[in-house]
Design a binder for this molecule. Structure first.
Ligand SMILES: Cc1cc2nc3c(=O)[nH]c(=O)nc-3n(C[C@H](O)[C@H](O)[C@H](O)COP(=O)(O)O)c2cc1C
Length: 193
């Protein structure tokens, strides 16, 4: 059961020196490919990195999070920019009506930089991380990186930016899952209080 796997999940930052088999990698990518997206835009590409030298360079762009360099597999979730004509900005204006004018005036580059990370690739990445758990492969999300520098390193085309790095590997050690808040702290039914 998925919830049983989730109960034991923790962010894995120490990996065995063991590659992820191709059939498992394929399952992870399939899980990402099948994920939902607003308007079924699928505004992403997934960069599969197994080259050790490149992985070490990526860890440098992630403000020297050295543990990343030891991983056998990174999947860089990249967002492919969707122009205003597809209505993305209208969604934000509708959600935050009091800021609609400011959102409308915001420079396209700035608007996109602030929004590209927010929604979509996290869902595909979550599918991948869940699929990995089924195969005993651990993962850790990385959001703290220099997006421009990473885009350059991976030779990404214009309009395509790295949103998240997912780091995968067989865990070197087992440990208890990180403590979470109880349902009584995070759920409300109907109205709050
Ligand atoms: C969107 C996102 C970004 C994250 N970025 C980083 C990161 O840059 N570096 C890191 O070491 N951990 C990162 N993490 C992992 C969190 O620190 C971790 O999920 C959190 O401490 C809870 O622990 P758990 O995953 O073991 O439950 C990130 C997690 C998420 C969901």
């Amino acid at each position: 059961m998925i919830t049983e796997l989730l109960r034991n999940r923790f962010s894995v930052r120490k990996y065995q020196d063991r590659p992820i088999p191709n059939d498992v990698l394929r399952e992870l990518l399939e899980a990402g490919r099948l994920s939902p997206s607003g308007g079924n835009e699928q505004p992403w590409v997934f960069g599969v990195l197994t080259d050790r030298t490149l992985i070490a360079q990526v860890s440098e762009t992630a403000y020297r999070q050295k543990w990343i360099a030891k991983a056998p597999l990174l999947i860089v979730l990249c967002t492919v920019g969707v122009g205003d004509e597809r209505g993305g900005r209208d969604i934000q204006k509708a959600r935050f009506a009091e800021h609609a004018e400011a959102i409308g005036k915001m420079d396209q580059d700035l608007y996109w930089a602030l929004n590209q990370e927010e929604h979509q690739t996290k869902i595909a990445g979550t599918h991948m991380a869940l699929a990995a758990l089924e195969h005993g492969v651990g993962s850790c999300w990385v959001s703290r990186f220099d997006a421009k520098r990473l885009a350059k390193l991976l030779n990404l085309p214009e309009g395509c930016m790295p949103s998240e790095i997912l780091v995968f590997g067989y865990p070197e050690e087992e440990r208890a899952a990180t403590k979470k808040k109880g349902l009584d702290q995070v759920v409300f039914y109907n109205t709050f209080g």
